[in-house]
Design a protein around this ligand. Sequence first.
Ligand code: ZN
Ligand code: ZN
Length: 185
Amino acid sequence: MAPAQRCALCRQTFFCGRGHVYSRKHRRQLQVALDRLLPQVEAARKAIRSAQVERYVPEHERGCWCPCCGCEVRKHLSHGNLTVLHGGLLEHLASPEHKKATNRFWWENKAEVRMKEKVLVSPQEYAQFKKSVVKGLDSYEEKEDEVIKEMAAHIREVEHSRQELVRSTLEVGFPRRSQSSIQIH
Ligand SMILES: [Zn+2]
Ligand SMILES: [Zn+2]
C-alpha cells in the first residue's frame, strides 16, 4: 500500500499515491482553487498597463490565497498613506519563488498547461508595471493637488462671504442685539 500522503488542495490524507490527483474530488478542488485565483489575477493584470494609486484605507490589507505557493499573499501594496492597487499580487506573481512553486504545482496536479502562463507575470511585464506605477503616482499627486486647490478656493470663498457679511451688516448698522442671532455656516 502507498504511504499516506496529505493533499493540500483537498485538505485530506489519501493512500492512492499519484493516482489521487486524477480523482474526481481532487480535480474539483483544483478547479475551485484556480477559479478563485484567476479572476484576481486577471484584475491585477489590467493594472500592468494602468497602475492605480489610491489613498490607503484598511481595506487594502486584504489578501489573496495563492494555491501554487500555499500561502496568503497581499493583494495591494501600501506604503505610508498610499496604496498601489494590485501591486502586492503582481509582485508575488512575478517572483521567482512563485514561478518555481507554480511549475511544481502544475506538474504535481497535472493542471492544464495552457493555463499556467496566466498565473505567471514575466520580468518584462513587471518592469512595465513599475513604469505605470510611476505614472499612477504622478496622476495621483495631480489629483490631490486639485483637491487641495479646490479646498483652498472653497475656504477663500467662505472667508470672503463671511467678510462680506460682516461688512454689510456693519455698514447697514445692524442693531447689536440681532447681530448675535446671525448664524454663519
Ligand atoms: Zn487532493
Ligand atoms: Zn504563489
